[in-house]
Write a protein that binds this ligand. Sequence first.
Ligand code: 5GP
Length: 229
Amino acid sequence: MTENKRAGKLVVISGFSGVGKGTVVNRLLSDYDHYTLSVSMTTRKPREGEVHGVNYYFVSNEEFEEMIRNGGLLEHAGYADHYYGTPRSFVEENMAKGKDVILEIEVQGAMQIKKVFPDAVLIFITTPSAGEMAKRLIGRKTETEEQIDNRFKRAVEEIEHLEKYDYIVVNDDLDDCVREINGIVETEEGGVSLDPKFKTRFLSELLEIIDERMQAARARLAAERSHRK
Ligand code: 5GP
């Protein structure tokens, strides 16, 4: 007897740095058995504790470029001086088996996926406010000050693309967020439609945070200089 399964969906999850995407994705994988996660390929070096084949496939520039040439990637993008991309075969095989395949990728990659797979569900996860994002990003103490600054600047760019996502989900309470995303994937309903006021408020708060950090950095520099005199 042949099984007549529906083809799986492609679920793209993006979101600002510090929003808890990794935790949300892990919960989707552990709470429901219809998901699987695509492991991306990257040219960045592994961070402490990261495992090849689990967190990423860590490859050289040459290997990555070879994959692009051979059509082995569904999408790829440059982020912070490194390549990131989604291997094609895993996604295609698992969708054919009926699995909903999660891609945790950034905005440029998400847009490429939407072009090739118009039925992909694009979900953007955000914190309730930029202040909350700052609190989480600074609080987790895994990035240098410079990396934190870059992630705030990146968020300013990302916010411009918010409208291109099918659903915006606020990660205020983890359980609610996970349930809401699963509900969206199963029924394609839910999420908040983008309130233009949310975007403006988030952006102006974000710019204020960046300004304050720049002022603090200038003050530190001035103090160091006067100390050296
Ligand atoms: P990180 O270096 O912090 O692991 O990831 C940096 C960014 O790259 C994150 O926004 C992450 O979602 C994104 N990313 C990870 N894998 C891929 C991928 O395969 N394709 C694209 N376009 N972005 C990815």
